[in-house]
Design a protein around this ligand. Structure first.
Ligand SMILES: Nc1ncnc2c1ncn2[C@@H]1O[C@H](COP(=O)(O)OP(=O)(O)OP(=O)(O)O)[C@@H](O)[C@H]1O
Ligand SMILES: [Mg+2]
Length: 326
């Protein structure tokens, strides 16, 4: 049992899901505030979907609990469900119906009142750019359009929290970028809290104000994207020095936290490379300079010794997750 706090829209306490010997979600505790876009970033099998399904009351935890919008997932599952929208990893719209019909059925299922129903459907279609295609059967939609329709469906009953489970999985890079634009627009226009899962680090970096990096069911780091990346000691500046250039002066520069010689290059860990490179170049003579910023993948690599693998595109139907409650 969790005591809901007013500021935290989602409170998770020691949430655990076991499948026999496998611990899919391991004693997870987390709070997510109003209007956050919170990302769960982690590799395949990390437990992301399992967390979403427990919060959406589609799966019972083995132990622990959570509140969503102040409602306990175990004690008030119906109230939780009516205050959330969920976009599943595997699209679940009806292929034979039109986009409009899918939204109408969802509105009826969720008891959206007749006087506002049509307005809501139109607004949701407009928000995801599907107004022109609303009379087409969903089977004629592209992968990106299907996903956008799922988002529209998730919004029809005006939820306070929207769960997006891998919103761009299986999409090509250009549809993925289009999807990002729609999600960003959604964040701007609607007063929503969004929890999204992804294993695309750029997606988490671009969309989320806070990220929980999840691995083997545990959150192993939790912060803003910028602060997570700053764990690595800033940007890396790679210098090819001119022969005989003296590097002693670099040791006294505050912006440099680490100096290493690797393969004939000097690698510097620099706070805000863009701003500080001119200063650095006053003290050494160089043949070349390269600067790179750390990515969230570098953060994952540092924490686990493994990269977050970008999985092959288009394979999400093979990775169908069962929704039956255990
Ligand atoms: N119904 C189930 N029975 C047994 N094990 C399961 C079941 N559902 C999930 N798991 C296991 O729980 C772990 C977490 O799975 P989950 O689907 O939450 O991962 P994920 O982070 O969403 O991965 P992906 O990025 O592939 O979607 C995995 O090891 C998975 O095999
Ligand atoms: Mg998943």
């Amino acid at each position: 049992m969790v005591n809901p706090s007013k500021n935290q829209l989602i409170q998770i306490r020691n949430l655990t899901k076991r499948y026999e010997k496998l611990i899919a979600v391991d004693n997870l505790s987390l709070e997510i505030g109003q209007s956050e876009v919170f990302g769960l970033l982690g590799p395949n099998g990390a437990g992301k979907t399992t967390v979403i399904h427990m919060l959406a009351t589609l799966l019972n935890p083995t132990s622990g609990s959570a509140t969503v919008n102040g409602f306990d997932i175990l004690e008030d599952p119906e109230k939780v469900r009516s205050s959330i929208g969920v976009v599943f990893q595997v699209p679940s719209s009806d292929d034979l119906l039109t986009g409009y019909e899918n939204l109408k059925i969802h509105a009826l299922l969720y008891g959206v009142k007749p006087d506002v129903r049509e307005k809501r459907i139109s607004a949701a279609l407009e928000l995801v750019g599907l107004t022109e295609r609303k009379e087409d059967q969903v089977k004629k939609y592209s992968g990106g359009m299907r996903r956008r329709l799922e988002i529209a469906r998730g919004l029809i009953h005006n939820p306070k929290v929207l769960f997006l489970d891998e919103p761009t999985l299986g999409l090509d890079p250009s549809s993925r970028e289009t999807m990002w634009k729609y999600i960003q627009q959604l964040v701007k226009q609607e007063k929503l809290t969004i929890i999204l899962t992804t294993h695309y680090m750029e997606e988490a970096d671009m969309l989320c104000n806070r990220i929980g990096i999840i691995d083997k069911g545990k959150i192993i780091a939790l912060d803003t994207p910028a602060r997570l990346k700053s764990m690595l000691g800033g940007d890396i500046v790679k210098l090819k020095l001119k022969q005989d250039s003296n590097t002693d002066a670099l040791k006294n520069l505050e912006c440099i936290s680490k100096i290493e010689s690797v393969d004939g290059y000097l690698l510097l860990s620099v706070d805000d490379a863009k701003r500080n490179i001119p200063e650095i170049l006053k003290h050494v003579e160089v043949e070349s300079v390269e600067a790179t910023s750390p990515t969230l993948n570098d953060v994952f690599l540092k924490l686990t010794g493994r990269p977050i693998k970008e999985q092959a595109e288009g394979g999400f139907m093979e990775r169908y997750v069962q929704y039956d409650k255990h």
